[in-house]
Write a protein that binds this ligand. Structure first.
Ligand SMILES: [Fe+2]
Length: 298
């Protein structure tokens, strides 16, 4: 049924055409929505059976990429919180690209600790931008390697670290949060609870330490609760910008990462980062952290 597809490299997502659509038809393409566009656009489109796009002759790819980007970024599709995104997908040129992961809860589900507006912008705009720019950098890296351009390969490392780190960090962050009704804020029991008491004295002491280090972090970055697999202990670390935790040590496993970039709290808490840090504990998903700890503990 499917004759051709276009890779929207910046989204890691494929848009497919029905077989009957001529490639360079001058006017109209009909894109079936049920099975494919729902992987690209928001749920609000799922009720539609098709979408008609005007298309100008040989600019098919460019126009569709632009359209997909606008829709996926939520412009005009605000009614449903969760958006769908496909998982990592193989690039047609033979290397892996990445896509925005789905959230396991609605954008407004973390209120009042974190507003739905913040969550939507954070996910759909900020995280999406890291994914988009990560994929672009990877494509450029692929080309640079193919050309044997050593200088270009080195030049790309900064963009890969920043955008790839942004994708890695936010993918962890979403899983570190959960609504109150689904266990958000419930302190860990079992082995992680014991480890926190052993390493920090108490949960309250750990929270105080993370809040203090997160508030003191200059500029933008992350504060982490990590398992050091080599030292066999829990540690609190901070990373600047979008540096992932692994940049602080290869044996560190992130259990909990809190985003202290202004985009994570400013719309609700303005410049008062300590208030954001104080309230985020009400929606921390300790169940997830416990699962990672139990899996990774030596
Ligand atoms: Fe962020």
């Amino acid at each position: 049924m499917i004759a051709q597809g276009i890779w929207a490299h910046d989204l890691g997502t494929r848009v497919v055409f029905p077989r009957t659509a001529p490639r360079f038809a001058p006017t109209i393409y009909i894109l079936y929505a049920r099975s494919h566009l729902t992987q690209v656009f928001s749920h609000s489109l799922s009720a539609l059976s098709f979408l008609v796009l005007t298309q100008v002759q040989q600019h098919t790819s460019m126009a569709l990429r632009s359209l997909v980007a606008r829709k996926s970024l939520g412009l005009g599709f605000q009614s449903k919180a969760k958006i769908l995104a496909v998982g990592s997908t193989a690039h047609s040129r033979g290397f892996q690209t990445f896509s925005l992961p789905d959230l396991p809860y609605d954008y407004g589900a973390l209120e009042p600790a974190i507003s739905g507006e913040i969550m939507q912008l954070h996910h759909q705009k900020h995280h999406q931008t890291y994914v988009t720019n990560y994929n672009k950098a990877l494509e450029q890296l692929h080309d640079a390697i193919a050309k044997g351009d050593a200088a270009a390969v080195v030049k790309l490392q900064s963009a890969i670290k920043f955008n790839g780190g942004g994708h890695v960090n936010h993918s962890i962050f979403w899983k570190n949060l959960t609504p109150v009704g689904q266990g958000g804020g419930e302190p860990p029991h079992g082995s992680l609870g014991w480890a926190i008491d052993t390493n920090f004295g108490s949960m309250e002491a750990l929270v105080q330490k993370i809040n203090a280090e997160g508030a003191a972090l200059q500029g933008s970055g992350w504060v982490w609760l990590a398992l050091d697999k080599e030292l066999k202990k829990l540690v609190v670390e901070t990373t600047a910008n979008q540096d992932p935790l692994v940049t602080k040590g290869p044996t560190l496993v992130p259990l909990l990462g809190i985003d202290v970039w202004e985009h994570a709290y400013y719309l609700q808490y303005k410049n008062v980062r300590p208030d954001y840090l104080k309230n985020i504990w009400k929606v921390i998903n300790w169940k997830y952290a416990s699962e990672v700890y139990e899996k990774e503990s030596p």
